[in-house]
Design a protein around this ligand. Sequence first.
Ligand code: SAM
Length: 268
Amino acid sequence: MAGILYVVATPIGNLEDITLRAIRILKEVTVIACEDTRHTRKLLDHYEISKPAISYHEHNEASRTAEIIERLEAGDHVALVSDAGTPLISDPGYRVVAAAIAAGITVVPIPGANAAITALSASGLPIDAFRFCGFLPPKTTQRRKLLEQLKPETCTLIFYEAPHRILEALEDIAAVMGSREVVLARELTKMHEEFARGKPADLASTISTRGEFTILIGKATAADPVDTPIEDQVTALEKQGMARMDAIKQVAKTRGLSKREVYKKVSE
Ligand code: SAM
C-alpha cells in the first residue's frame, strides 16, 4: 500500500508554535523531507525526533520529487517541512505535492504557523478579504509596476520582504500608495516581535531594518487620494486656503515623494 505525504507546518520563530499532531506525525513518518537538514535538525532535536531527514529545496526539487514519489509508492510515509512556517507558501514543495496528487498518493496537510496569517491576525487591518502576494520583486521598476497593478484591489495586501530591501520597498509603496495604512510585522513570535503601523513614508524613517518582515497594506477606498492626479490634489488643498508651497509639501509627504517631484508635476 502506498504511503502518505504529510505537509507539516513548523514554527516561524518560537519553537513552541508547533502542534501536538505535527510532533506526532514527525515521529511516525519514515522520512522527513526538509529544505535545510541542519536547520530542521535543531527543531527535531528539540522535540527528540530522530527520524532520517533528506534535503528538498529549489535546486534539487526535480530529482528529489521523483525519489520521494518512488518512496511513497513503495509504502514510506513522508513528512514535508520547510525552514519555517507552512511549506509551499513562498517555500518549496509545490512540485512534490502536485506530483503526489498526480500519482494518486494521499496528501494530508498538518496546519500550523504561517507568517502572513499571523501578521494579519494582529495587524488591525480589515481581514474580510485579503490577498497574499508572496515576495515583492527585488528591483524598483518591477516592484512599482506590481504595486500599481495591485493599487485598485479593495482588500488588504500581504507581502514578504527581505530585511535588506525593506526601506526600498517602503519607498516604492509610499510612491504608489502613499496615503494607505501600512503595517510592518517584524520578527513575529520572536523576542523582538514588533508591529509598526502608519503611512509608508513615516515608517521608512522610524523602523529597525533588522529581522524578518511581513508587510501589510490597507485596502483601497473610494476616498483614496492616490487615485487622484497629483496636480488635482494640490489644487484641492489650495482651494481650502493653503499656500501653494505648503500644499506641495503636504502632497509630497502623503505620497512619499520629494517636494521637487510634486512641484515638477504641478508646473508641467
Ligand atoms: N513558509 C513561510 C510561512 O508559512 O510564512 C514563509 C517562508 S518565506 C521563505 C520567508 C519570509 O516570510 C520572510 O522573508 C519574511 O518575509 C516572512 N517571515 C517568515 N518568518 C517571519 C517572522 N517571524 N516575522 C515576520 N515575517 C516572517
